[in-house]
Design a protein around this ligand. Sequence first.
Ligand SMILES: [Zn+2]
Length: 405
Amino acid sequence: MTERLYYHDSFLYDFEAEVSEFQANPKPALFLDRTAFYPTSGGQVFDTGVISTENENLKVTEVADAADGRVIHYLEAPPKELRAGAKIHGQIDATRRRDHMQQHSGQHVLSAAFVRLFDSHTVSFHMGDDYCSIDLDTPTLTKTQIEEAERLANEIILENRPVEIRFVTQEVAGKLGLRKIPVADRDELRIIDIHDFDLSACGGTHVNQTGQIGGILLRKVEKVRQGWRVEFVAGQRAVATARRDFTTLTDAAGLFSAHIYDVPQQTRKSLDEIRSLRKQREQSQEELAEAQATALLVETPETNGRKLVIRTVADRDMNFLKLLAQKLTRLAPNTAALLAATSPQPSLVFAQSAGQPFDMGALMKETLTKVGGRGGGSKDMAQGGLPNPEVISAALDYASGSLRR
Ligand SMILES: [Zn+2]
């Protein structure tokens, strides 16, 4: 067993120990007789840091609980020289540890606040790189409840209550009324006691006073299978997150030359404008297509009782081409239209009035086989995309030649 120094002092960032074993495979790893490094467990993630021997510094990249109850320290690279019994100096990444203490102690306070206020119990805790979350066993969770739990948790933090670590037997623990009792076969339990607010059994690293948590900020909530998931950040993370939110909002507000609090209103206004402009544009396109179709029909002579309109336009999308084809073939009952657009995408639309004898879908396929591209359609209306605008005239020549034959 490794003596776990963090059980008694979460603020111990430096320690002396002896190497009990070195393993080269599958990853270089060290076992020590005692350690202050925290291994991933109970939702809290591992510490990192450096283990220094007489002549080298070994970077600790991950720490875990080994199956035999020891703590295993994974190293970035194997040591050049190391024997069992060697003296080492351990140095934990204090910034990372402090962050974990703030998140984890923040979680205890928050979980207790949800129990006190709404009898909602925490069924799991997750600590990520960006944010943490707890899952609550509640069927509903309102915005007001979120705000109330956040307020109570921050009041407890502000009151700077002592946080004590106690070791008690299972029997004593049963009488204390713990918020959380782990399923464990050992007789002794480690209790985290937030003065007059929360008692729970936990092996994690915690602050000494709730004030060291700094503050807690609740973020996204979402329905999960067994209840509700509440995301939160505590301490420096809460400040960093609020800073990032502010920067994002300021960027958005800058686009509107508005105050950040007016961003939702401005966004709604812009979306309404976009919708209204889109409608206006559709109407204008419709009117433009109708006017162009009328003019084209006037200038196109009738041959063999039929008008064949051939036209290439620029800066019109496929929708406009189809609209124009529709107008042409409906305004005059004996029309065939071969239309092309050079940009934004080189494209073709072939159409005919209802009852005309051609098959535009087949003609489109034949044409595209000649010049390249993809498309197809029905007997009266077909569309196709071309590889480049240079093939448009060849495509129209081929198609019109087929219709005139
Ligand atoms: Zn805990």
